[in-house]
Design a protein around this ligand. Structure first.
Ligand code: GDP
Length: 374
């Protein structure tokens, strides 16, 4: 008998201790009515690279989502297909404005993205939102896995929202987010919003893949700069003090003035562009049009000075270099022979039988003679 139950299962790349945030619904197969004794018809067929390409270029959201899942997979089989697909769609990418959005939890990032995304749709843009949440391995997805986030935007046909898997190292997350961004561009999304929780290293990573970087802050008691690292402010092309509504307007305006003052003493993220602070209310939809016009001024300015293209070329080079570094490290550390030798030599170092410097030289010599030249 056929079961009509919808089964929940998890993709193969799901981290071992993950909760339900990675669960996908598996629909039951359909009984062939002419021959009920035959096996259920499996609906989702394997797609060829050409199928993926055509679907993505046609803006088919289901195929886009499947293509992203392919990119997120850690299996080598999928990696090859995914890379082939990226190569195929590359000529159709690059036409969007790429915006990074960061801020501490609670600053109002998702509320802002919802309001901003709907504003963009009203102005005939198609936004795609990619959320990087490296903290979800700790919080089990509660920060970005919350289904109530961006409710209206996620239901809108013109928008696409996708959380990035946090499994694996930052290098893996970077590659996956970058490639997801390219797929979204090929599918016709023209404003890409990459959201990250402001907890440290991620901002630098996001900065390295976007044109414009927006820092969302809120006013707080005491020193306005408290808790936000100077380094993060120096990555920003604009600071947006959110929640400028009700009784809080005055605090938000004060915070804006203080940030503007502090910005005089910091370096700019983009040559020739003065980073300024602005206020907005994501809830009351105020200041949203203003920040969009700032972003447009920025794009116009950077394009006129070739900064826009230079930055993208530089970012692609950086991306290549970081992937190459990862590959080299992997090919070294994952080699069984090297693993064994590393274990031995670490013991030798512990018992002062070899110095650290000589140990490095020995490992490299062994790698060259026993792995590379074998
Ligand atoms: P995130 O963690 O940065 O994504 O923050 P959320 O968007 O989830 O917002 C955190 C809280 O702040 C929620 O309770 C929001 O309703 C509230 N919030 C967000 N934007 C505004 C705003 O413009 N004004 C006010 N008063 N509250 C806001």
């Amino acid at each position: 008998m056929q079961s009509n139950e919808i089964k929940n299962s998890k993709p193969e790349w799901t981290p071992q201790n993950a909760g339900e945030e990675f669960t996908s619904s598996v629909m039951p197969g359909k009984i062939n009515s002419e021959n009920p004794s035959s096996k259920p018809v499996i609906k989702a067929k394997n797609l060829s690279i050409q199928d993926y390409k055509n679907g993505v270029l046609a803006g088919d959201k289901t195929i886009l989502a499947r293509a992203i899942t392919l990119i997120e997979s850690n299996s080598t089989k999928h990696l090859d297909i995914a890379q082939e697909l990226i190569k195929e769609i590359l000529p159709y990418t690059g036409k969007s404005i790429r915006i990074g959005i960061t801020g501490v939890p609670g600053a109002g990032k998702s509320t802002f993205i919802e309001t901003f995304g709907l504003y963009l749709i009203d102005n005939n843009y198609r936004p795609a939102v990619l959320a990087i949440d490296p903290s979800s391995t700790v919080s089990k997805g509660s920060i970005l896995g919350d289904k109530t986030r961006m409710e209206q935007l996620s239901r809108n046909d013109q928008a696409f929202i996708r959380p990035s898997p946090s499994a694996g190292n930052l290098g893996g997350v970077t590659r996956k987010t970058r490639e997801t961004m390219l797929l979204c561009e090929a599918a016709g999304y023209d404003v890409i919003l990459i959201e990250t929780v402001g907890v440290g290293q991620n901002e630098v990573t996001v900065r390295s893949m976007v044109d414009f970087f927006l820092l969302i802050l809120i006013s707080g008691a005491g020193d306005e700069l408290q808790g936000i690292k100077k380094g993060v402010i120096e990555l920003a092309d604009a600071i947006l003090v959110n929640k400028a509504d009700g009784d809080n307007i005055i605090h938000a305006e004060t915070a804006k003035a203080q940030y503007n003052n502090a910005l005089h003493y910091l370096s700019n993220a983009t040559p020739g562009w003065t980073t300024k602070a602005y206020t907005c209310s994501a809830v009351e939809n105020k200041g949203i049009d203003n920040i969009w016009s700032v972003i447009n001024d920025f794009v116009e300015y950077t394009k006129s000075k070739e900064i826009f293209t230079d930055r993208r070329i530089h970012q692609t080079r950086q991306w290549f270099e970081s992937m190459l570094n990862n590959e080299i490290l992997n090919s070294f550390y994952r080699n069984p022979y090297i693993k064994e030798k590393l274990f031995q030599i670490t013991e030798d170092i512990k018992f002062n039988e070899i110095t650290a410097v000589s140990a490095v030289k020995k490992m490299i010599d062994l790698y060259k003679s026993e792995v590379l030249h074998k």
